[in-house]
Design a protein around this ligand. Structure first.
Ligand code: CA
Length: 428
């Protein structure tokens, strides 16, 4: 699913990642990109103020008028809403804030397993003709597309079982971010009106991500394509439509044909870890001058002026990666650094790559949500500006962590650890 804020399972995440949910794959998410741009994730805004609460039936009547005004056939609306009532499980999932999330290496172990690589390689052969045509039309390589297919729906085998109308109606009626959900609900009615799918077959994740590539309805309307030529954009049962739609989405997200997502690198001794920040972009030539060396050089020739950012997903004790612009295109699909890294590494695995070479700091325990909140409170008490104490490690918190690490003379990687939290609890 492009975007992931909400799909069926909880995504994994390290201390620095927000947890989001996806229909079938777990992935942590980080707020780097406006969620509205993501195919499958809702924006992470504050709850909207709700005035006087209507009964569900009265609310549905108002929605029906708006839908009809927007061109939805009244009989189709009534068919889609037949027997629909709010689903308490969906509300529960929407408000869930898990205390513990998996570290990035555990997430990657599952996302880029040898079984998934083997299955993906077999599907690359099986769907070779279709994938070649999709590559030629959209300029996105087949391994990346199959990696997305694998993470979003386990290659089409797990597309979610929730009634999408019921899920979206529940969230639009009484969830958080009701305006967002209402727009998704109206969009899914347009998909029905367009004839892509019937109300009876309209299933998806609890949050309305649909089909083999888990598109949210507004993304679906904008980017889904009919690639097999039967006149319907059917991401549920046509893998050709699903793969081409993912390619179309990435193409529209600035995909650079022939470029890799990034590659693993080795850093020199005494490296300035503050350069590992999504806001710090340098050319490959500049990274080379700084002593950064490819560990897994990409097969493609890359111009030395190509811009890249440095990612340390588990801090300075773990692997390092240089990321090119296609990594940002993957983030537009699903705004989670761990997800995008999983797609990149899975695509490498599908090409026969050996995987990550440096060791992950598997002995380190991740900070839980309440510890991340405490960390933010303590950073604030130390005169730093980590942003709201919400347990989400975003750019401001990373910056504050770096500043405190510098004060201690520690490597300033901006990555919060148990060790740092313990140190923060002791006045300087
Ligand atoms: Ca089709």
């Amino acid at each position: 699913m492009p975007n992931l804020l909400f799909r069926g399972l909880s995504h994994l995440t390290s201390a620095c990642f927000l947890l989001f949910m996806t229909a079938c794959a777990e992935a942590p998410a980080q707020s780097l990109v406006a969620a509205a741009d993501n195919p499958s994730s809702p924006p992470n805004n504050q709850p909207e103020a709700v005035s006087e609460k209507l009964s569900f039936a009265d609310w549905r009547t108002l929605l029906r008028s708006d839908a009809i005004a927007a061109g939805i056939d009244p009989a189709l609306f009534d068919r889609a809403f037949a027997g629909v009532s709010p689903n308490p499980d969906v509300l529960l999932a929407d408000s869930s804030q898990p205390e513990f999330t998996r570290p990035v290496w555990e997430y990657l172990d599952g996302a880029v397993s040898s079984q998934r690589v083997a299955r993906g390689q077999s599907l690359l052969l099986q769907h070779g003709n279709t994938l070649e045509r999709v590559e030629n039309r959209y300029g996105v390589d087949r391994e990346t597309l199959v990696a997305i297919w694998g993470l979003e729906s386990n290659f089409g085998s797990n597309i979610g079982h929730h009634n999408v109308i019921r899920s979206l109606a529940t969230l639009a009626y009484e969830g958080r971010r009701q305006v967002f959900w209402r727009s998704q609900l109206l969009a899914v009615l347009q998909i029905l009106q367009h004839g892509d799918i019937t109300p009876e077959r309209l299933v998806g994740s609890w949050a309305g991500a649909m089909g083999q590539t888990q598109f949210m309805p507004t993304t679906y309307n904008e980017h889904a394509v009919d690639f097999d030529g039967d006149g319907r954009r059917d991401l549920w049962s046509s893998s050709a439509d699903a793969l081409a739609s993912a390619a179309h989405y990435l193409q529209n997200s600035g995909w650079q044909k022939g470029q890799p997502w990034g590659f693993e690198v080795r850093l020199p001794q005494a490296f300035d870890y503050s350069l590992a920040d999504p806001e710090v972009r340098r050319s490959l030539a500049e990274w080379t001058t700084l002593g950064v060396e490819p560990l897994n050089p990409p097969a493609q020739h890359l111009a030395t002026e190509t811009m890249a950012t440095l990612l340390l997903p588990a801090g300075h004790r773990g692997p390092a990666f240089l990321l090119l612009s296609n990594f940002r295109s993957i983030l537009k699909y699903n705004n989670s650094t761990s997800y995008a890294l999983a797609i990149g590494l899975l695509s490498d695995g599908l090409r026969g790559g050996d995987g990550v070479r440096a060791a992950w700091p598997r002995g380190e325990r991740q900070l839980g949500r309440s510890e991340r909140i405490e960390l933010q409170q303590l950073l604030l008490r130390n005169g730093l500006e980590p942003g709201p104490a919400d347990g989400i490690i975003g750019a401001n918190t990373r910056k504050a962590v770096r500043a405190f690490q510098l004060k201690l003379g520690w490597p300033a990687d901006g990555y919060p650890t148990q060790e740092l939290l313990v140190r923060l609890r002791t006045p300087l």
